[in-house]
Design a protein around this ligand. Structure first.
Ligand code: NAD
Length: 357
C-alpha cells in the first residue's frame, strides 16, 4: 500500500478550513500564524511559501515577516517579543536555518512556548519527554498521523528510526514509544544497520542520504516512512528510501514527494488551531491550564457546548487509545462508549474537553 500523504493532508486541510470558519464565527477571529524569514535562502523561501499558502487555504490570518540577511540578533528577538505579546497572534514560526551570526537556540527559546507551533522550544521538548501536555513538532506528529490513517498498528510492534536529530529522529521515536512500540534509534554509528532495520515492523528513515534504505533493510510487510528530502544531481527530489526497490517488499510506504512533506505543513496548521483553541478557551499558562481544564471538564454542561469541531469526524474514525487521545491538544471531543470504556470520560457520554495532563 502506498500511503498518500498528499491526499491525507488535503482532506485534513479541507476539514480544518470548515473548522476555522466555525471558529471565526464563534470567537470573532481566525487563528493567526506569523512566519518570520531572515534572508533569501531559496529553499527556506520555498518552504515558507508553502506554509503561507496553507494558512490561506485553511482560512487563517497568516502573515510573513521578512527580515534582511544582515538583521541583528537583537532586532529579530525584539520582533519575536512583539509577537509574543500580541494577543491576536496564536503561532510564531521562525524559518530555519538562520544566518550564522544569529543563535538559533536563543531564537527558539525566545518564542513563547505557548505560541511555538514548531514544537522546538525547550519547554515543549521537555514536556514531550515528560509525557506532559505540549505542542508536538510537526514532522513527527505528521508521521504518527500517517501511520494512523494507514491503519498501521504500533502497539507491541518493533519500530526502528534511522536518525537522531532533535526535530525528527528523537521526537518520532518518543511518539512511537508513546504508542507502545518497541523502539530502536539507529544512527551513523549503528553497526550492521541493514540487519537492525530488517527487524522493524515500522521503519522510519530520517537521515538525509538519497536512496540509502534499500530492499535489504526492509522486513517483508513492514511500514516504511521516508522523511528524507534529497536532490539528485539532475535536480530530482528523492527520499532516503530507494522507493522502487522497497515498494514490492514493504507492506506500506510513503513516497517522496507526496508523503511526509505535505503532512508537516498540515500539522503546522493543526498546531496553530490547537494554540488558538487553548488561548481562546482558557487564555492561561500551561500550569494554570492544567488545573483549569480539569475543573472545566467537571463543571461543563455538555448541552451548553455550541461548537463541535469538524475534525471530530476525522479523529473519531481512527482507532484511538486512551493515551493518544489525552495527548492530542486541547479540543472538544465526542466521547464514545468505547472510549468511556478506556477511562477517558469521567462522566456521561457526550462532548468534553479532553486534556487531562
Ligand atoms: P540531521 O542531519 O539533523 O540528522 C540526520 C541523522 O541521520 C543523524 O542523526 C545521523 O546520525 C543520521 N545519519 C547520518 N548518516 C547516517 C548513516 N550513514 N547511517 C545511519 N544514520 C545516519 O537531519 P534531520 O533534520 O533529522 O533530517 C533528516 C532528513 O529529513 C533530511 O533529508 C531532511 O531534509 C528531511 N526532513 C524532512 C522533513 C519533511 O517535512 N519531510 C522535515 C524535516 C527533515
Amino acid at each position: 500500500m502506498i500511503i498518500d500523504g498528499k491526499q491525507i493532508s488535503q482532506s485534513l486541510k479541507d476539514a480544518m478550513k470548515i473548522e476555522v470558519d466555525a471558529l471565526a464565527e464563534q470567537y470573532g477571529r481566525r487563528p493567526c500564524l506569523m512566519v518570520i524569514i531572515v534572508g533569501d535562502n531559496p529553499a527556506s523561501r520555498s518552504y515558507v511559501r508553502g506554509k503561507i499558502k496553507a494558512t490561506e487555504y485553511c482560512g487563517f490570518d497568516g502573515h510573513l515577516v521578512e527580515l534582511p540577511e544582515d538583521v541583528s540578533e537583537a532586532t529579530l528577538l525584539a520582533e519575536i517579543d512583539k509577537l509574543n505579546n500580541d494577543p491576536l497572534v496564536d503561532g510564531i514560526l521562525v524559518q530555519l536555518p538562520l544566518p550564522k551570526h544569529i543563535s538559533e537556540d536563543k531564537v527558539i527559546a525566545a518564542i513563547s512556548a505557548e505560541k511555538d507551533v514548531d514544537g522546538f522550544h525547550p519547554e515543549n521538548v521537555a514536556r514531550l519527554w515528560l509525557n506532559q501536555h505540549c505542542i508536538l513538532p510537526c514532522t513527527p506528529k505528521g508521521i504518527i498521523e500517517l501511520l494512523d490513517q494507514a491503519g498501521v498498528e504500533m502497539a507491541g510492534k518493533k519500530a526502528v528510526v534511522i536518525g537522531r536529530s532533535n526535530i525528527v529522529g528523537k521526537p518520532v521515536a518518543k511518539l512511537l514509544l508513546d504508542r507502545n512500540a518497541t523502539v530502536t534509534i539507529a544512527h551513523s554509528r549503528t553497526k550492521d544497520l541493514a540487519a537492525v532495520c530488517r527487524e522493524a515492523d515500522i521503519l522510519v528513515a530520517a537521515v538525509g542520504r538519497a536512496k540509502m534504505v534499500t530492499a535489504e533493510y526492509v522486513k517483508p510487510g513492514a511500514a516504511v516512512i521516508d522523511v528524507g528530502i534529497n536532490r539528485t544531481e539532475d535536480g530530482k527530489l528523492v527520499g532516503d528510501v530507494d522507493y522502487e526497490a522497497v515498494l514490492p517488499v514493504a507492506g506500506a510506504i510513503t513516497p517522496v514527494p507526496g508523503g511526509v512533506g505535505p503532512m508537516t505543513i498540515t500539522m503546522l496548521m493543526r498546531n496553530t488551531i490547537e494554540c488558538f483553541l487553548e488561548r481562546q478557551i482558557l487564555g492561561k499558562s500551561y500550569v494554570q491550564k492544567h488545573f483549569q481544564l480539569r475543573k472545566f471538564l467537571i463543571d461543563m454542561d455538555i448541552n451548553e457546548q455550541k461548537y463541535i469541531p469538524q475534525y471530530l469526524s476525522h479523529y473519531n474514525s481512527i482507532k484511538c487509545t486512551c493515551s493518544q487521545l489525552k495527548r492530542k491538544c486541547c479540543g472538544i471531543w465526542k466521547v464514545s462508549k468505547r472510549r468511556k470504556k478506556h477511562g477517558i470520560s469521567e462522566q456521561n457520554e457526550g462532548t468534553y474537553i479532553t486534556r487531562l495532563q
